[in-house]
Design a protein around this ligand. Structure first.
Ligand code: NAD
Ligand code: MG
Length: 384
């Protein structure tokens, strides 16, 4: 039995991780579960999973969590430091399913004690990839990707001979607006943007999928997880989301991982690694699907992917600025304070106004993230 902690247990990824825990009694003992503010949801999940510790980031949710856990014997805590405490508790595996750069400090807390991480929280790698990977090398922490594309690459990557890899090709569904003109995109609603054709996900990543920023963040994530160099990363649109990504080798062979689009496949792979366990996911029926389509992404129609690519090439603090501005812009769109097309405009203007420089440590990342959020907030207000 291995001890397991889930950071962001009440979200889309967190709930799917808990589903796997419930289906595999005796495999994992749940150590800690965390949430932002959904105290009733967290308490119910902690009771059902037999967790030892539950924490909410929002201090205002503390009384509700205490009340909901009364008599359960489950320890409860609140505040951002309590999320780090959850990450520091002795779990063999920590699933990082918090959305956004809010996951950075708890991720580093888990890495520092050498835990194995099943990483869904891509924004943490985007804003602080070098800091996280250096800390993992120092502590011996293993970083296992849960993001379906990176999990696919991980499964077919020759880890012993990365120099034999000529290209990593990330697939992108293209999102709900794949065939829409930019003029029509000006009028889309939050509900339209969150109606993903293939995946059911949290609101922020659904919007990121619609802008293709999700694929941009994933390029940066891939750069930190697989040491092949920026020029060997590529993106192809594949609307069916059956081929989850590919690795091309120097001899021209291309290895891919395929499966039905269900996050429980990559989650199970990372949570049980190095074992492979059964999941309830539907089997892939290629005869029924019939056709798999591929097309080049249109970087002019939706510029977020290009912005991310440029930030990756610029390096240093540019990806952190990109990520922070995107978090602010997407939150403004979800709150009805910005239009869909304002998102790339806000990110682009923020990148133009804050000069990128080198980043060496966590404090620098935190300062750059804060400065970029302030600038992006001003940019969003100017457009409102
Ligand atoms: P979600 O919005 O459904 O859930 C987010 C979780 O994080 C919730 O438990 C929430 O309570 C918690 N949280 C939010 N803000 C917090 C804060 N400030 N402090 C502490 N906890 C906080 O999001 P999701 O769709 O599950 O995505 C989670 C992460 O996984 C994201 O980084 C996303 O990009 C990545 N991811 C998701 C999917 C998917 O299918 N949903 C696929 C690949 C990668
Ligand atoms: Mg993905």
């Amino acid at each position: 039995m291995r001890n397991l902690t889930i950071l962001g247990a009440t979200g889309s990824v967190g709930r799917q991780a808990l589903d796997l825990v419930a289906r595999n009694p005796g495999r994992w003992q749940v150590e800690a579960l965390t949430a932002n503010s959904d105290a009733p949801g967290l308490a119910a999940a902690a009771r059902a999973a037999g967790a030892r510790f539950a924490a909410v980031a929002d201090p205002a949710a503390w009384p509700a969590l205490q009340a909901a856990l009364a008599g359960s014997g489950i320890e409860a805590a609140a505040g951002p430091e309590a999320i780090c405490e959850a990450a520091r508790r002795p779990a063999d595996i920590v699933v990082t399913a918090i959305v956004g750069a809010a996951g950075l400090a708890p991720t580093l807390a888990a890495v520092a004690r050498g835990a194995t991480l099943a990483i869904a929280n891509k924004e943490t790698l985007v804003c602080a990839g070098p800091v996280v990977t250096a800390a993992a090398r120092a502590s011996g922490s293993v970083l296992l990707p849960v993001d379906s594309e990176h999990n696919a690459v991980f499964q077919v990557f020759d880890h012993a001979r990365p120099d034999r890899v000529s290209k990593i090709i990330l697939t992108a569904s293209g999102g709900p607006f794949r065939q829409m003109t930019r003029a029509d995109m000006a009028r889309v609603s939050v509900a339209d943007a969150c109606k993903h054709p293939v995946w059911s996900m949290g609101a922020k990543i659904s919007v990121d999928s619609a802008t293709l920023m999700n694929k941009g963040l994933e390029l940066i994530e891939a750069h930190h997880l697989f040491p092949v160099g920026v020029d060997r990363l590529d993106v192809i649109v594949h609307p069916q989301s059956v081929v989850h990504s590919m690795v091309e080798y120097v001899d021209g062979s291309v290895l891919a991982q395929l499966g039905c689009p269900d996050m429980r496949i990559p989650l199970a792979y990372a949570m049980a690694w190095p074992e492979r366990i059964a999941t309830p996911v539907a089997r892939l029926n290629l005869a029924e699907i019939g056709r798999l389509e591929f097309e080049a992404p249109d970087l002019d129609r939706i510029p977020c992917l290009r912005l991310a690519w440029d930030a990756l090439r610029a390096g240093g603090s540019a990806p952190c600025i990109l990520n922070a501005a995107n978090e602010v812009a997407v939150a403004a769109f979800i709150a009805g304070q910005a239009s869909f097309l304002d998102i790339d405009a806000i990110v682009s203007a923020t990148l133009d106004r804050i000069a990128a420089g080198p980043v060496g440590c966590l404090d620098e990342v935190v300062a750059i993230d804060a400065a970029a959020r302030a600038e992006a907030t001003a940019q969003a207000a100017a457009r409102a």
